[in-house]
Design a protein around this ligand. Structure first.
Ligand code: HEC
Ligand code: HEC
Length: 412
């Protein structure tokens, strides 16, 4: 436990280091990018600073984030899958979004929340121990700038053919003149550079805009002495923290780190929870297809770390009550289902996994058989039928009530 805590402190330092140097990000970071940060602040912008706290790049990023004309379908922006009113997470009734030029291509993972990501550092494999940091469910992007390349070019998402295709759309956008003003009159004639400025702008928007890290939940109001928990919420928090009960805080840290105004409810680590296979995901119709998380296929550098197969990023639980689907494959649809899974996965596996011909549950069925031993058994998991669930039904309801206090926009 103390080891996990120590490791968890590292991304905090990394995030500080990043913001200290202007937050240009780790990928392709160079003079080039650093210069663009200052190039975006000519004297003429001094007046703007008074009305907006966003840098010129971040203001452009905000326009780009909401611009559906940048997709092959003309109908899909970043905000389509990361809905601002839902904690910048998926608004869809289905576990995965439909993207592509005709909006008919299903992805394989749920669209996560983009809130509070500014406090995450780059991916670090921790020298063979438990990795942390990075973006995407498998941490494959080192920075938000590197991440932003993905959706613009992903054939299941915004589906542009290549960088030049994206920049042609950018050059036709209403804010293209402003983009040229900030990044240089000739910027569009160098599509690679223009694309990098575009992803930089998306990064700056997410790093700077208050809406991505508002800290305005009831939980924050209680900590500030402006509200009080109901007895049920208070009990839920206690169960969330207790090592012999939910033990949730072990991974979803409930204490404030040094670099943030409040707790982030993630340690930025990766774990393998053995969540059940979701038959609603089209790719899962193929019994040979498995989403292995950290060890591939969407990243290839950790292919030989078979111990990491099936591990996915610990997401923040802030705004989690707004989600319609939970976990990387969206297999659960209510908070209570998720919490019951934690409390009963090993004591009552037949409630979560399909049964084989002999009536025995096929546990951890979203992993190839040979890798099922990777699944974590740490508390609240690892309980026998005789020991029973880690949480009773009413305790599950209490933890859910507590998680509902983590939604931003609380008005006391
Ligand atoms: C079709 C839906 C869709 C669109 C459009 C989309 N995303 Fe995403 N986004 C996802 C999914 C799905 C994931 C998780 C993918 C994975 O982990 O492999 C994700 C992951 C992310 C992450 C990583 C979050 C984390 O916890 O590490 C960021 C940041 C992000 N998207 C930003 C953007 C930006 C910026 C845009 C616009 C350029 C965008 N997204 C467009 C669906 C979408
Ligand atoms: C061993 C570390 C660990 C512990 C302990 C843990 N979690 Fe998680 N949690 C994770 C990981 C990793 C994921 C993502 C797993 C995936 O998608 O495959 C996750 C995902 C979730 C999600 C889904 C969030 C989303 O955006 O889809 C919820 C809700 C959640 N956890 C709540 C809890 C609660 C409540 C507890 C305590 C009962 C708990 N967790 C204990 C690691 C942990």
């Amino acid at each position: 436990m103390s080891f996990r805590r120590a490791v968890a402190a590292l991304p905090v330092l990394l995030a500080l280091a990043l913001s200290a140097c202007g937050g240009g990000g780790g990928d392709e970071v160079g003079v080039d990018d650093v210069r663009s940060e200052t190039a975006g602040r000519p004297a003429a912008d001094a007046a703007r600073v008074a009305v907006s706290t966003l840098s010129p790049a971040a203001e452009l990023g905000k326009l780009i984030f909401h611009d559906a004309s940048l997709s092959a379908s003309g109908q899909m922006s970043c905000a389509t899958c990361h809905a601002p009113e839902l904690g910048h997470a998926s608004p869809f009734a289905t576990p995965v979004a439909m993207g592509g030029a005709r909006l008919d291509r299903p992805g394989v993972r749920t669209s996560p929340t983009l809130r509070y990501l500014r406090f995450s550092g780059a991916f670090d494999d921790a020298g063979g121990a438990r990795p942390f940091g990075g973006f995407f469910w498998d941490g494959r992007a080192a920075t938000l700038k590197a991440q932003a390349r993905g959706p613009l070019l992903n054939p299941d998402e915004m589906a542009n053919r290549n960088v030049a295709d994206v920049v042609a759309k950018l050059a036709a956008a209403s804010y293209a003149p402003r983009f040229r003003e900030v990044f240089g009159a000739d910027i569009m004639s160098d599509p690679q550079l223009a694309f990098r400025r575009m992803t930089l702008s998306l990064q700056r928007y997410q790093l700077e805009a208050p809406e991505f890290a508002p800290f305005t939940s009831k939980f924050d109001a209680v900590n500030a002495g402006r509200a009080t928990f109901t007895p049920q919420e208070a009990n839920g928090l206690a169960l969330f923290n207790r090592a012999d009960k939910g033990n949730c805080a072990q991974c979803h840290s409930s204490t404030k780190p040094a670099n943030a105004p409040g707790a982030l409810f993630t340690d930025f680590g990766y774990d393998n929870l053995g969540v059940p296979r979701n038959t609603e995901i089209a790719a899962n119709a193929d019994p040979e297809f498995f989403d292995r998380g950290l060890c591939g296929d969407t990243r290839t550098d950790l292919a030989d770390r078979t111990d990491l197969c099936g591990s996915f990023k610990v997401p923040t639980l802030r705004n989690v009550a707004l989600r319609k689907h939970f976990f990387h494959n969206g297999v659960f649809e209510t908070l209570e289902q998720v919490i019951r899974f934690y409390a009963r996965r090993d004591s009552h596996p037949e409630q979560f996994y399909p049964l084989d011909a002999n009536g025995n549950p096929v546990v951890f069925n979203d992993l190839p058989r040979a890798l099922r031993g990777n699944v974590t058994t740490q508390a609240p998991f690892g309980r026998t039928a005789a020991q029973g669930p880690a949480l009773t039904h009413s305790e599950v309801a209490d933890v859910a009530a507590f998680l509902r206090t983590l939604t931003d926009g609380y008005v006391p």
